[in-house]
Design a protein around this ligand. Sequence first.
Ligand code: PLP
Length: 400
Amino acid sequence: MNKKEYIEKAEKNLFHVYNRFPVIFDYGRGVHLYDELDEEYLDFASGIGVMAFGYGNEDFEDALCTQVKRITHTSNLYYHIPMIEAAEKLTKASGMDKVFFTNSGAEAIEGALKTAKKFAYTKKGSGDYEVIAMENSFHGRTVGSLSVTGTEHYREPFYPLMSGVKFATFNDFGSILANLTDNTCAIIMETVQGEGGLYPADPEFLKKVRQLCDDEGILLILDEVQCGMGRTGSYYAFQQYGIKPDILTTAKALGNGVPIGAFCVTDAVAEASLVPGDHGTTYGGNPLCTAAVSQVFDMFEDYKIIDHVNDISKYFEQVLDVLVNKYDFITERRGLGLMQGLVLTVPVKEVVNRALLEEHLVVLSAGADVLRLLPPLVITEQDIDEFKKKIEKIFDSYLK
Ligand code: PLP
């Protein structure tokens, strides 16, 4: 079957909920992807921040194969060793106390919201609890996670969503205060806004929000589904801010391509919120997925990934700054570590499309005008040089 026939078959059978690029990826090696004709693409998207170790990593594949041959699923009615080990490694890396494994980032948000509501219910009794979320945020597509996602056009067709959500302006503490009521049970935000356009939280803002939560007895939920797992140069971005959330959500690179997420809580939250019967999942944290998590954490340590991200992101930032200086239509570079964005005044969706089809460079957009770069965490200077060459060819074509 040729590419056209494959795509026709896909469109005949798949619910058309994505406008997919006309590319069929077949396999990957390192930071490169290959299509069905064996043509090579440089990947600076990592499957939207998932493939921390790139493709075809033998240590990872061996760990998965070993687990497949032992057991892939039991249920959460029983203990199993991969989950026990993965939970210990995740609590150690995050500094949180307790973990609940989910199947996705959105489900981690659902669990975080339920935990916050139950915490308030336990402490204060029944009530219509409210959550303060951020404008321009993204937390997922399920009803609960969409309810706290601050992009109106994602939410509008699906009203009524979860009630009691108020939207404040990210990095504006006054706006948080303006939305605070006696019924507020939690404040939720991304430590670095991803889909919204690569906006890191302002350190003073985050510290004040933390203090407010402590003073008012409400919970701070940090969503690190995209910015967590080493991407910004620490296991979790909040670790660079000198604060800690009450609830943390994580996913994407946690399973390096095996679908898994988690919400993590402090002991104080665990002791006064969900109890057996309040929450559950069939697949969440199954032996295959948690074996992946366990292996990911081992590889973070063995390959010294956090040190590597800190080193290589300096070079990446330098190269991106060269581009900012060279092209007038790049107005800004924003981000942290290997989560970087270039703000463009030329059409970003067109740049992404042309980079893919003309230069075989996989990149992403974010917000209305940001070229989003989330390369695998294992990239080298040579990969960054290859990226520069390819993106310059596209950028050059916009010079008058
Ligand atoms: N939270 C953030 C910050 C995200 O970036 C995403 C996905 O991009 C999600 C939550 C939802 O994760 P998932 O797509 O795994 O449901």
